[in-house]
Write a protein that binds this ligand. Sequence first.
Ligand code: AMP
Length: 411
Amino acid sequence: MYALVINCGSSSLKFALISSKERQTIISGGAEQLDSPEASLTIKHDGKKTDALKDSSHLGAFKEIFAYLDQKGFAKNIIAVGHRVVHGGEYFQESVEITPEVIEIIKKCAPLAPIHNPANLIGILAAQEVLPALPHVAVFDTAFHQTMPEEAYLYGLPLEIYEKYNIRRYGFHGSSHRYITERTARILDIPLDKLNIISCHLGNGASVAAVKHGKSVDTSMGLTPLEGLMMGTRSGSLDPGLIPYLVECLDYDIYEIDKLLNFKSGLLGISGVSNDCRLLESKAKEGHVRSRLALDMFGYRVSKTIASYLPALQRLDAIVFTGGIGENSVYIRELIMSQLAFLGYTFSNPSNSFCTGGKEGVIATSSGFGKALVVCTDEEGMIVQDTLEILAKKEKSELRQRYAISLPPYY
Ligand code: AMP
C-alpha cells in the first residue's frame, strides 16, 4: 500500500509515492514550468527521466503522473493522498481530511499566502478529480506554530488590525520543525513533553523555531516567510521604515519592492553571484569577498536568533541543524557554533565535518545548554504520517459506525 504526497506550487507540482509500511520513497519527481510551452515532467524511478508535457496545466501534469503510476502497477494500491498546504491561518492546529468546508477555509486563507494557497488548491482539485474515491489530507506549514503565545505571535501594531485582518506572525516550515522535534526526542531519549530545543531549518528558505515541552513557542518567520533570517533570495527582517525610503530612492512600486525583497536579496543579493550556499563557499575559498560576506551575514543572523530564544525556553536540550545548509554546510555550522561558544559548547570539528550528505550526529556539547545536533529533516515523511493516521482514524470510526448499526437492539 502507498500514500501519494503532493506539493503544488504556482508553476510546479512535486510528488512522491511512499510505501505505507516501510515509509520508503518508491517513485518521486515533479512537473516544472507549468502553464508554459517549456512544461516538463521528471520522474525518478529506476533512474531519472524528463519529458515535455503535452498538457502543461496542473491537471495535465497530475494525469500524466497518475498514468505512469498506473502503468507501473502502483496506482491501484494508493490508499490516500497527502497535500502540503502552506497557510492554514488560525483555523488549523493540525492536519485534516480535505472536505468542501476545508477547501473553503484554505481559500479564505489565500490572502495570507497569495502565491502558495491558490497553487496548493489547484493541486488538491487536480488530485481529487483523478482520485475522487480516496481520502485527501491537508498538512499545513503553519499548524505546528499555532501553539505560540500571544506575546510571540502579535506584531506591535494596533490590536484591532490583528482582530480585523488576522495580521499576526504564523511561522512556516512547520512539518520540518515538528519532524525535527519528534526525531530529536527519540535520539536524545527525552519524552516529547519535556523536550526543549531550537530547531534551525536552514535551506534556501530558512527559519528557526523555539520548541518548549515539544511545542513551538516562537519562530522566526512571520505573516509571510519573508520575516526572520536572511535566506537564499529573501532579505529576512529589516527596518519597515526602509520600504517608503526604497520606493523613493529606486522609484519602485510596491510589487517591485516585494520582488526585490523576496527574489533578489539574501545570499544572492549580498554575494552578487548566487543563492547557492555550496557555490558561495567555493567562491569564498577563492577569495571572493562578497560571497564570504553573504555567508557570514547568514551565519550571524542564525546565531543571533538562536540566542534570542533562550528567554522563551529557559532550559535547552539541543540546538538542531537541518535543511540543505543545516545538514551539509560544515562552514556555516562552525561559524554559528563558534559565535555561541560563550554558552560553553565544546565543538568537535571531526564530528562536524562527518555530518554531511545525510549523516546525522552530535557536533557540540555544553554542560549548561545541551547538545548541538545535525538531523536530516523529512517533511514528506511527516505528511505521510499525518495522512495515514487520519486514514486509520477514519477507517476506525467508519467500522465503529457500521458495527453499531448492525448491533442487535438489546446491546
Ligand atoms: P534546501 O532548500 O533545503 O534544499 O537547501 C538548499 C541549500 O542547501 C542550497 O543553498 C545549497 O547550496 C545548500 N547545500 C546543499 N548541499 C550543500 C553542501 N554540501 N554544502 C553547503 N551547502 C549545501
